[in-house]
Design a binder for this molecule. Structure first.
Ligand SMILES: Cc1cc2nc3c(=O)[nH]c(=O)nc-3n(C[C@H](O)[C@H](O)[C@H](O)COP(=O)(O)OP(=O)(O)OC[C@H]3O[C@@H](n4cnc5c(N)ncnc54)[C@H](O)[C@@H]3O)c2cc1C
Length: 492
């Protein structure tokens, strides 16, 4: 028998969106729930987010603007774009995406029936629906019918996520969910059978042992703020890139999980952004590396572009425009510096220190096909194609190690579709669940991310974790025995 200072059926660590949604479902499933939060209040980085949820399958907002989206099209897109390792999780998320949108609305999360048609990174208005991923980018547009799936909460400004968290935390309060604040969880406790049964935490200088009768849900967010972890896991990260999040986005839940034998996945995955758009007209320019070669369709989602910039020789890349397309990138925080202007492409090539003839050849080929509204190399959509032949010409330096790219991590504890945390052999660790940025994201790299792919799946799989943990009966999980018998089976 363990001695606990406090006990509950389901213990949730972290009161961001994943933890709060888990707590609601666990409570509604009849469990006694306790949330442990390191800060003095709930919200987490979810409350500072832009409030974009990636959801589809025919939401009322999609329908209001004539988009015929289905769970199947969403599934096809996500399967194709995310190098999916867990089709079951993607299927579950897509099949239930519409229900999840409705669930969020019933909690009071406000979504306007409005649409933003321009290419944007975030919205400073209360508009809701916009395109936030690579749905319209080749080859995905050929695989699944494109539809906008970014649903932004109706809040003004860059931190509209606070409106969502206000509603969700209010529901937690109305349900009478208990929370301990200023309570930093430091380790996970397993019993002799290997089942997770509680945690050790520090509160007001005191060490507490807190028991979880049915399940423990780790929802402590990602690790962007832990420089050591980022350096160890993301070799391509640059000195100039800046992490996004609150200070406690330091990977503590991932580390605690690893210490008790949990597997992790995609720890090198980041979504970085330093978008060239808006304005959309800059997408009509081309992006080239230091060898003068194009490497990404310029109409790609900004996170995909950033990921590919990261991989170029010396992480160097330029946005090239002519006089007709010229504009300054509106997201000034990215600090894409104007290098210079030149009368000819040849002079620009010399000015950018590129191999002789390389940029000239790239632009001659690009311009030849753009005149026919074609891009046989990278398949940029026709609406963004125009020959870049109106001098003078200009280049912006968008290098990964010179501009300021903002990033979040995508890797974390390895989970299955039931939000159970897995061990390195792929077996669920009994009593242990995780969701949100502390667990591995569906998109494992910035190349396949779409804005909203944290809050959407994070809230959804938080709900799954809460439901599963509440249902869990300790007697059903004699982990040591089950694992041993499954291991025998696996190895014949
Ligand atoms: C500026 C910004 C804009 C963003 N915009 C979007 C967007 O529009 N759409 C989108 O999908 N994603 C967006 N993201 C990412 C998204 O906000 C996060 O991935 C998501 O909020 C993570 O939710 P979470 O519940 O996992 O973690 P969080 O919301 O960070 O919650 C984790 C909680 O755990 C607590 N905690 C941490 N460690 C411990 C511990 N040891 N013990 C106890 N408590 C602990 C933290 O204090 C925190 O309250 C944005 C992020 C930022 C920073």
């Amino acid at each position: 028998m363990m001695n606990w200072n406090i006990e509950a059926d389901v213990v949730v660590v972290g009161y961001g969106i994943a933890g709060a949604c888990a707590a609601i479902e666990a409570k509604q499933a009849g469990a006694e729930v306790l949330v442990l939060e390191r800060a003095s209040g709930g919200g987490g980085s979810s409350a500072m987010s832009s409030g974009i949820f990636y959801l589809g399958g025919g939401t009322p907002v999609q329908k209001a603007f004539g988009y015929d989206d289905t769970a199947e099209e969403m599934y096809k897109f996500l399967m194709a774009s995310t190098e999916a390792e867990d089709p079951e999780a993607i299927r579950l998320f897509c099949d239930n995406s519409l229900e999840h949108f409705n669930w969020l609305e019933t909690l009071g999360v406000p979504f306007e029936r409005s649409e933003h048609k321009e290419k944007a990174v975030f919205l400073n208005t209360s508009e809701c629906l916009f395109s936030t991923g690579n749905e319209k980018v080749w080859p995905y547009k050929l695989i699944a019918r494109p539809a906008p799936r970014g649903h932004k909460v109706a809040g003004i400004g860059e931190n509209a996520g606070a409106e969502a968290m206000k509603a969700i935390l209010k529901r937690c309060e109305d349900l009478g969910i208990n929370a301990e604040y200023d309570c930093q969880v430091q380790s996970v406790i397993r019993d002799e059978q290997g089942r997770v049964v509680g945690v050790e935490a520090r509160r007001n200088g005191e060490t507490l042992r807190i028991g979880a009768r049915r399940g423990l849900i780790m929802a402590t967010g990602g690790f962007a703020m832990n420089r050591e972890m980022v350096c160890a896991n993301v070799p391509l990260m640059s000195e100039t890139a800046e992490p996004l999040g609150i200070p406690s986005t330091d990977g503590s839940g991932i580390i605690m999980g690893q210490k008790i034998g949990a597997a992790t996945a995609a720890m090198d995955g980041v979504i970085a952004t330093g978008s060239i758009y808006p304005p959309g007209q800059l997408i009509k320019g081309i992006l080239v590396n230091k060898l003068g070669k194009r490497f990404v369709a310029e109409d790609s989602y900004h996170g995909r572009t950033a990921s590919l910039v990261m991989e170029q020789p010396d992480q160097t890349a330029y946005l090239i425009v002519d006089a007709e397309v010229f504009a300054y990138p509106e997201i000034t925080s990215a600090q894409h510096q104007l290098v210079d202007g030149w009368d000819t492409i040849e002079e620009m090539e010399t000015g950018l220190d590129m191999p002789v003839g390389a940029l000239q050849a790239t632009m001659a080929r690009y311009n030849q096909y753009a005149a026919e509204e074609a891009d046989p190399d990278l398949f940029k959509a026709a609406e963004w194609l125009k020959p870049l032949d109106q001098g003078p010409y200009a280049a912006f330096d968008i290098s990964f190690n010179k501009s300021i790219y903002l990033y979040m991590t995508l890797g974390g504890l390895k989970t299955n579709a039931q939000s159970q945390v897995l061990d390195p052999s792929g077996y669920p660790i009994p009593g242990f669940y995780s969701a949100g940025a502390c667990a591995v994201h569906i998109p494992r790299t910035g190349k396949s991310y779409a804005s909203g792919m944290s809050l959407g799946p994070g809230s959804f799989f938080g709900r799954i974790a809460g439901t599963q943990a509440a249902r869990n009966e300790r007697a059903q999980h004699r982990y040591g025995q089950i694992k041993n018998s499954l291991t025998c089976f696996k190895h014949g």
